[in-house]
Design a protein around this ligand. Sequence first.
Ligand code: SAH
Length: 214
Amino acid sequence: MLYENSIQKANLIMSLRSMGISSKDVLNAIETIPRELFLPSNFHSYAYKNNPLPIGFEQTISQPYIVALMTEALNLKGNEIILEIGTGSGYQTSVLSLLSRRVYSIERIKPLLVNALLCFKKLKLTNIVSKHDDGFLGWPKLAPFDHLIITCAIKKIDDRLLNQVRYNGICIAPVATSLNQQRLKKIIVKDKRENDIWEDLGEVSFVPLVSDYD
Ligand code: SAH
C-alpha cells in the first residue's frame, strides 16, 4: 500500500508540473503532506488522484492542482502570517503551514475543524491557530495578515476582508460570477481598495461560503 501510494504520489507531482506548477517548495509540500490522512477511509485509495473528494457535511477537500495553484500564487518565502477562511479537511492549511510562519484558519462546521485539528496534531504542525466561527468578516483582532486565502466561493470580497491584508499582501479567492460560474481571483492589496490589482487565475468550482452576514 505504501509503495503503491508513492508511485501515485510521483504521478500526481508530475501531472502538477505538466499543468504549470513550477515552485519546488510547493511541489515538495504537496509531496510531504499525506493527503489520505484528511480523507474518510473509503476514499484513501483516491488520495493521489487529481480530484476534489467528499469529506462529509456536503463539503469537499480541494483538488491537489487547485491547492498547488493557490499556494504558488502566494509566492511564500517562509516568514508570512496567513489567514485562511474555510479550513475544511485542513489539507490546504497543512500545505501552507509548511511554507509560512503561521496560519490562522477559520471553519464554520465544528466536526470538520475537530478532525482537521487531529490531523495537524498527527503531523506535528504547530504553527496553525484555528477557530470555529463564521469567517465572513475575517479575524480583525489579529489583522493585518500578510496574505488571505479563501477556500469557499464568495459572491463579493468585502472590503472589510481586504482591509485585513497588509500593503502588497495577496488575497486568493474563488469569486462566484453567476449561479454556476466561479473565477479564481488573485488580488494584490494596496493602500486603498481602488488601487488593488486584480488578476484572474481561471475557472474553478468550490463549495459556497455560507454566512449569516451575507
Ligand atoms: N481547502 C479545504 C477545502 C475547504 S471546503 C481543504 O483542502 O479541505 C470549504 C470550507 O469552507 C468548508 O469546510 C466550509 O464549511 C467552509 N466555510 C463555508 N463558509 C464558511 C464561513 N462563512 N466561515 C468559515 N468557513 C466556511
